[in-house]
Design a protein around this ligand. Structure first.
Ligand SMILES: Cc1ncc(COP(=O)(O)O)c(C=O)c1O
Length: 467
């Protein structure tokens, strides 16, 4: 520690970024070449993260290799998709079998029924339709809620991301000074989205039933529904307070408003039946994507008989050329029936709990405040000892130390999603305790580095701007 005494957090970050960049010759080259034909040299702007986008060569089970040939334990999982592990043999076989029989007809194939039956059993909602992404799923939910009720407004949680369509790109990823008063948060549209779309929403904080009740009362007869993640993701992990989801269910029902759970990140991941199954509160609509396709692009919406009757009657046309694509249905069927079986969740939970325990032990020993969450395949360590209840509280967590953690993990052979503070780990059925121990050892290394900050450790609690 002695040799590090007096080092600053910025210097630690610069050191780790330099080590990161030094390993990334091939990624830097591909990034430069890609930049000639793809803006930012990436396929989605969220792959464009600091210090540079990592190009991947291949993956197998719990492991991925970058373009420079470095092996990592993958806990990024393609933003929470690859819970089946890379090149899972069941999914590979299903896709191989299907690909030789034709991959697209825009007419249903039998696998779609099996997938829908399994989802009905997991989530307790009788009817399902398919699409291709989380964005499409939540867009369908917004449209359904408005079509069925004939009402204009939808309630959304402050800071929650529901995908990149016009109804949803509002009030997300903003800094504290852009949020407006807590009693009436500003409705700030994302770039390219009109204020008119923003004004179709009402924003409330997560875990705040009185705020929801106020909004429902103020706009009686005007609220079509509410969309929320039953467990807030993209802000680390914020679980619902006891009674919150039950209260939301009750209030929306009282006001004749529909309730949609965005389970794009949590569905089939935090529990066999998603957060819906975990917390035992069933909404009118569930939105799925990510893990559902076992690595292929697949989304789905489930609904009650009453909600889905709007599709049956033609009141709302739920459409899409690639909906229920045979290749994705084959992959989803293998994922649901052969891979993400009920017994897998306790195994992942056990690995995650050991990771959290060992990590927080190391941090506590170094005097660094921390806590965390583990739910099935998902988990996170947060460098703060007070659990956040909503987005405004989450903003108080240091971005700088979260970024340092991402770098130390990456340099130590664990591939986490970038945007350290917002994201969580995703394990797969191929992960073992040994993989988890690599994560905890990296946390211990970070704790050692940070303890070298000595009396400058107050820097840790500055929010910083390492995005
Ligand atoms: C909670 C949530 N909803 C919706 C989406 C959008 O999903 P997609 O990127 O598949 O469109 C995401 C993406 O990260 C998400 O985290």
């Amino acid at each position: 520690m002695g040799q590090q005494h007096g080092i600053t957090l910025d210097e630690l970050i610069n050191d780790e970024e330099a080590r990161f960049i030094a390993r990334m010759g091939a990624s830097a080259e591909l990034g430069a070449r890609g930049g000639q034909v793809m803006p930012g040299g990436v396929c989605s702007s969220w792959a464009s993260s600091r210090p540079l986008p990592v190009w991947v060569s291949h993956g197998e089970g719990a492991l991925v290799w970058d373009a420079d040939g470095t092996e990592y334990v993958d806990m990024h999982a393609g933003y929470g998709v690859n819970v089946v592990g890379h090149a899972n043999p069941h999914v590979v076989k299903a896709v191989q079998d299907r690909v030789t029989k034709g991959t697209h007809f825009a007419q249903p194939t039998e696998d779609a029924i099996v997938v829908a039956e399994n989802l009905a059993q997991r989530f307790g909602l009788p009817k399902w339709r398919f699409n291709n992404s989380g964005t499409e799923s939540t867009m369908d939910a917004f449209h359904l809620m408005r079509a069925i009720t004939g009402r204009p407004l939808v309630v959304k949680i402050e800071g929650t991301y529901h995908g990149h369509h016009d109804s949803a790109m509002i009030s997300l990823f903003r800094s504290a000074d852009q949020l407006g008063p807590e009693s009436e948060p500003l409705r700030v549209p994302g770039p390219g989205i009109s204020q008119a779309m923003a004004d179709m929403l009402r924003i409330v904080p997560f875990n705040d039933l009185p705020a929801l009740e106020r909004v429902l009362d103020q706009h009686r007869g005007q609220i079509a529904g509410m969309i929320l993640e039953p467990m807030m993701m993209n802000a680390g992990i914020i679980p619902p307070a006891p009674g919150y989801l039950e209260g939301v269910r009750e209030l929306t029902r009282q006001h004749g408003a529909l309730l949609a759970f965005d389970e794009v990140k949590t569905g089939m991941v935090v529990h066999y039946g998603g957060a819906t199954g975990l917390f035992g509160v069933t909404p009118d609509i569930v939105c799925l994507a990510k893990a559902l396709g076992g690595g292929l692009p697949c989304g789905a919406i489930g609904g009650t008989e009453e909600v889905m009757a709007a599709i049956e009657s033609g009141l709302f046309d739920q459409v899409g050329t690639f909906n229920g694509n045979p290749l994705t249905m084959a992959a989803a069927k293998a994922t649901l029936l052969e891979v993400l079986t009920p017994d897998t969740y306790a195994v992942a939970d056990d690995i995650g709990r050991a990771m959290l325990r060992d990590s927080t032990d190391a941090l506590t020993a170094a005097g660094i405040p921390s806590h965390g969450n583990v739910f099935g395949f998902k988990g996170s360590v947060v460098f703060d000892d007070t659990p956040s209840r909503n987005y405004r509280e989450f903003l108080r967590i240091s971005t700088a130390i979260s970024h340092l953690h991402f770098l130390v993990q990456h340099n130590g052979g664990i591939f986490l999603p970038p945007w350290g503070k917002s994201e969580s780990w995703t394990l797969s059925v191929a992960h073992t305790h040994e993989h988890g121990q690599r994560y905890s050892r990296n946390v211990a290394r970070m704790a050692e580095l940070v303890s070298g900050l000595g009396d400058r450790s107050s820097e840790l609690f500055e929010v910083g701007s390492y995005n």
